[in-house]
Design a protein around this ligand. Structure first.
Ligand SMILES: CC(C)(COP(=O)(O)OP(=O)(O)OC[C@H]1O[C@@H](n2cnc3c(N)ncnc32)[C@H](O)[C@@H]1OP(=O)(O)O)[C@@H](O)C(=O)NCCC(=O)NCCSC(=O)C[C@H](O)C(=O)O
Ligand SMILES: [Mg+2]
Length: 295
């Protein structure tokens, strides 16, 4: 059975106020772009940034990259107008900041739909406050429109009074709760940003850890980190070859009336085949995206 998987290895934030960044986004090899109206934009630049994003999306040229607009909260002077623009701009998803309840998701969804947001436009939720993390399950289940949970580890570390450490132990409980909620409800889940742009080793380690934990990809703040992130979250050539061997060996066993088989001395059952199919589907989708990406 064919399986569709959308690659979300690397998702780059760019300030909506930075027209040069929005232009650059058309040729960067990120799987997704978050055009930000929230933390990266100063209050006096919010209205102009909203117009800049609307114009950039109307102009197009972003190829197969997934396009996401991060709005300000509805408890700010800009949230309502941001949602109205986001509903009409053609973005694939709207990213709500600091989501703490299912009600907040449903309120934003009602405003989006009333402003003309198409049914295909997803709602992504920033998970970045202690209450939001505690309510991860109800947020994930709030509406079929919810498409992804995105970790906001900077705000979260601040609110937890936690340190940013190499192993990220202070974050582990929160990462785990969001992963559980996302997987339980069939959502994508993206890891938070690595703030130190001079720390290549630490960045690589956090990508590795994110992938091992089960994240689909990582959010980024600078284009120079995209390639390493894409490599970390993509299946390797060996992974892909191994997945094909698992699928073939299991099919052969099934044809002989057996439900299990050994591959390289390891037991392979249906669940491993399912995993192998997902991995192959992801690799295929990456090949299509990279074949079609400009620049
Ligand atoms: C961090 C930066 C301010 C650094 O910018 P700059 O000094 O311009 O970097 P460079 O000179 O090295 O840039 C080289 C070229 O790359 C372009 N560039 C840089 N960053 C981006 C980007 N994010 N997207 C697209 N293009 C980018 C520059 O324009 C240069 O191009 P060229 O003219 O061709 O030389 C900057 O990187 C930046 O603003 N990053 C994004 C910051 C941001 O969005 N922050 C908010 C999101 S993170 C967050 O909120 C987390 C969450 O909420 C939480 O709580 O954890
Ligand atoms: Mg934040």
């Amino acid at each position: 059975m064919a399986m569709t998987v959308r690659p979300r290895r690397s998702v780059l934030y760019m300030p909506g106020s930075n027209a040069r960044a929005l232009e650059k986004g058309r040729s960067l090899p990120a799987d997704g772009l978050i055009l930000d109206l929230e933390d990266a934009v100063t209050p006096d630049a919010k209205a102009a940034a909203r117009d800049t994003i609307a114009r950039a999306l109307a102009d197009g040229g972003y190829g197969g990259r997934e396009l996401v607009v991060r709005t300000n909260g509805l408890n700010t002077p800009w949230g309502f107008e941001d949602l109205r623009m986001a509903a009409a701009c053609g973005a694939d998803a709207v990213l709500l900041p600091k989501v703490e309840s299912a009600d907040a998701v449903r309120q934003a969804e009602a405003l989006l739909r009333a402003s003309g947001s198409p049914g295909s436009q997803r709602i992504w939720c920033m998970m970045e406050t202690p209450l939001g993390i505690l309510n991860a399950r109800e947020i994930a289940a709030a509406s079929p429109a919810v498409g992804a949970l995105v970790l906001g580890t900077s705000d979260l570390a601040k609110d937890l009074h936690a340190a940013h450490t190499a192993q990220r132990l202070p974050m582990i409980t929160s990462l785990g709760l969001c992963l559980l909620a996302a997987r339980a409800y069939g959502l994508a889940v993206l890891d938070g940003v690595h703030l130190d742009l001079n720390d290549d080793e630490g960045f690589a380690a956090s990508c590795r850890q994110g992938r091992e934990l089960g994240f689909d990809g990582k959010t980024l703040i600078h284009p120079k980190t995209i390639a390493a992130c894409n490599a970390a979250f993509a299946p390797s050539a060996e992974d892909i070859a191994h997945a094909h061997r698992i699928i073939a060996a299991h099919a052969e066993a099934a044809a002989a009336g057996k439900g299990v088989v050994l591959v390289d001395g390891k037991l392979v059952e249906n669940l491993h085949v399912e995993n192998a199919r997902r991995l192959v589907a992801l690799a295929d989708a990456i090949a299509v995206l990279e074949g079609g990406a400009e620049g």
